[in-house]
Design a protein around this ligand. Structure first.
Ligand code: ZN
Length: 185
């Protein structure tokens, strides 16, 4: 990322919205905004192999593994405004399991970029499926969108829930029900 260019563009944006970028409070804002965007979009520059980085372990377990309420912050691609909430991931291992902190890293990898919630949910499910060659995976994201609450229709308390199920979570209704029941607790 060209940080100087983003700072320059931010300065222009400040002028266009009616601000004076030379007033004291805004002097360092373009540089801060560039730093902030670098972090918030770091998913574009992170590599899934590095994210998982060997944290996949052999296991005999074939029961359901559930990690609930992983914090998630992303940016909607239509307005470049935040949407945020929680992500619950469940999977059934065949022979491999993944370190629990790595599930959170997978969430960060796909959320730190411009997204829509439906695609984010599906990408996380696919990445978990592929990383451990799971029998099945389910992902649920519940999020509030600032583009809905701060602007436009102003629905301040609405949230959106999306889910993605793969493998046995898709094909076996008992497995899917077990996941949904565990996730709801
Ligand atoms: Zn939006």
């Amino acid at each position: 990322m060209d940080m100087e260019k983003i700072a320059r563009l931010t300065r222009e944006l400040l002028i266009e919205i009616g601000e004076n970028p030379d007033r004291e409070g805004l002097l360092k804002t373009p540089e801060r905004v560039a730093e902030s965007w670098s972090f918030l979009t770091s998913g574009y520059r992170s590599d899934m192999k590095t994210v998982i980085n060997g944290a996949v372990f052999e296991s005999e377990a074939n029961n359901m593994i559930l990690c609930r309420d992983i914090e998630m912050y992303s940016l909607c691609e239509h307005h470049m405004l935040p949407f945020f909430g929680s992500c619950t991931i469940g999977y059934i291992a065949k022979k491999k399991v993944i370190g629990v902190s790595k599930l959170a890293r997978i969430v960060d990898h796909y959320s730190r970029r411009l997204q829509i919630q439906e695609r984010l949910t599906a990408q996380i499910a696919r990445a978990v499926m592929d990383s451990v060659d799971a029998e099945g995976v389910g992902v649920i994201i519940d999020a509030r969108h600032m583009c809905m609450t701060m602007r436009g229709v102003g629905k301040q308390h609405s949230s959106m829930t999306t889910s993605s199920v793969l493998g046995s979570f898709h094909s076996n209704s008992a497995t899917r029900t077990e996941f949904l029941n565990l996730a709801a607790k």
